[in-house]
Design a protein around this ligand. Structure first.
Ligand code: ADP
Ligand code: ASP
Ligand code: MG
Length: 454
């Protein structure tokens, strides 16, 4: 069971989590939690303050973090004193966090490794407190440091999991505790590399931690508890009245996650797909709601063909024009070798006889990539774009889908259009300024008449 930032935002929220966990007591349960809502942003603020040498900014962010956590600790203690070891661990973490932030400030830099260490305090603090709240509710809860199990490569800030090591460590170190009947409370988002240094899986990575651990433990089900009634027909922050989706296939959910639906980390479905473990997305604030169940195949796909609309902001389109492409083979492999060299993934691609357009969202090596590509043709870079993606099982087989999509946005300038044979999505790029209007119009087109089945 994974609980996101809003689900552990304060003492009351943690108490609701403990009640939900207590309901599952007949099963062996691993709880994966995020940092308390807003904590990772505050830690990122500390990192920025270090880089800018802004001492006042650092002190403010540290004070806010301390105050939020101390408030939860004091709420716990107003009911019952924390365990000695829990209190000690909490005090030590607060001190270590301050020491680490100030050391980085004095050194005048925040290296990727130091940033990972800094960010890890968010999840370590929240789980220390959550374990106490769960004990208070009478659960046999133990704090478990996930870095013993969630092994990753060396890449700081966006580490890739080492599935073999995770599986081995999970069965050696975590499974025995679960089999003894302990409710293990552990951290999302963080891991450790082969040298034992702390790494992180990228923002929103706790979902990924949950599916990695659930899969390594051969869980019956992986539950992602968040602040909405499951996956919806579009992001509720953009669309009024989005429809909850009771069932999704792995492919549908993976496409939605990959193309920006913040509710699930882009890679989070991958481990579960490998072992066909159902993933259920549910609402901590409304635990009666059945949420969204994600299964290998959707037994009841949406008859309109579209189950949800997602989008990805901050996309850059790279366009290469070259007459050398005409009738030539091997051109694309040279182009992709450049992206491979700079470890930058391409989301969408479209080609004509003399040009190829691609989208990327990681701009860290953009200049180097453009420099290398300029050897193959004329390069244009178009910024401030976004991808809009319609997802639905069987969408590719329904005649007239493209006409419905594009006739609802006749006045919008489209960039790349992508629709693969036998895939569950239809995506396109547009300038970011149009995004909200386009998503709302498409939602109106495909969901205005859909009945909500709760
Ligand atoms: P958590 O802290 O629990 O991981 P997140 O904020 O990361 O929660 O993800 C949940 C949020 O995702 C929702 O509050 C909602 O604003 C957003 N979201 C984006 N797209 C969707 C969608 N298609 N369905 C539901 N929620 C979505
Ligand atoms: N706390 C991390 C973040 O805010 C990871 C997560 O919440 O999933 O990005
Ligand atoms: Mg999240």
């Amino acid at each position: 069971m994974k609980f996101g930032g809003t689900s552990v935002a304060d003492y009351e929220a943690m108490r609701s989590v403990a009640e939900i966990v207590a309901d599952r007591r007949q099963k062996q349960t691993l709880v994966v939690a995020s940092a308390i809502g807003g904590a990772t942003d505050l830690l990122m603020g500390i990192s920025k303050a270090v880089t800018k040498q802004d001492r006042a900014g650092l002190d403010t962010a540290l004070a806010r973090l301390r105050a939020r956590h101390l408030q939860i600790a004091s709420d716990i203690c107003s009911v019952f004193p924390m365990t000695k070891s829990g209190q000690q661990q909490f005090d030590d973490l607060i001190k270590e966090l301050q020491r680490h932030a100030l050391n980085c400030f004095d050194a005048g830099e925040m290296s990727p490794a130091a940033l990972d260490r800094l960010l890890s305090f968010g999840e370590l603090l929240s789980t220390t407190l959550l374990a106490e709240v769960c004990r208070l509710q009478g659960l046999p809860a133990v704090f478990f440091d996930v870095r013993q199990v969630l092994k990753t490569d060396e890449r700081h800030n966006n580490a890739q999991p080492d599935l073999t090591a995770i599986s081995k460590c999970a069965s050696q170190r975590l499974l025995p505790l679960l089999q003894e009947g302990q409710v293990c409370i552990t951290q999302g988002f963080i891991g450790s590399n082969a040298s034992g240094d702390t790494t992180t899986l990228g923002r929103g990575g706790s979902d990924y931690s949950a599916t990695l651990l659930g899969t390594a433990l051969n869980a019956d089900v992986i539950e992602i508890w968040t602040d909405v009634d499951g996956v919806m027909s579009a992001d509720p922050r953009i669309v009024h009245n989005p429809k909850p989706i009771p069932l999704l296939s792995f492919d549908e959910a993976a496409e939605l996650a990959y193309f920006g639906a913040k509710i699930l980390h882009p890679s989070s479905l991958i481990p579960a797909i490998g072992k066909s473990i159902p993933v259920v997305v549910r609402n901590t604030r409304n635990p009666e709601h059945r949420g969204t169940t994600i299964l290998p195949r959707n037994p009841a796909p949406n008859p309109s063909g579209v189950c949800s609309i997602s989008f990805k902001r901050n996309i850059t389109v790279i366009n290469i024009t070259s007459t050398r492409m005409l009738m030539a083979y091997g051109f694309l492999s040279k182009v992709f070798e450049v992206f491979n060299r700079y470890r930058t993934s391409v989301d969408m691609i479209s080609t004509s006889e003399v040009s190829v357009s691609m989208t990327i969202d990681d701009l860290s090596c953009l200049d180097e990539i453009c420099e290398a590509l300029s050897g193959y043709g004329k390069i244009d870079v178009v910024r401030e774009q976004c991808i809009v993606c319609l997802v639905g099982q069987g969408l590719g087989q329904l005649p007239g889908i493209a006409a419905r999509v594009f006739s609802s946005i006749p006045d919008v300038n489209l960039g790349i259009i992508s629709h693969c044979l036998d895939r569950d999505n239809l995506g396109f790029t547009i300038p970011e300024a149009y995004l909200e209007d386009v998503v709302q119009r498409l939602h109106q087109q495909f969901f205005a008449d859909v009945e909500v089945t709760v």
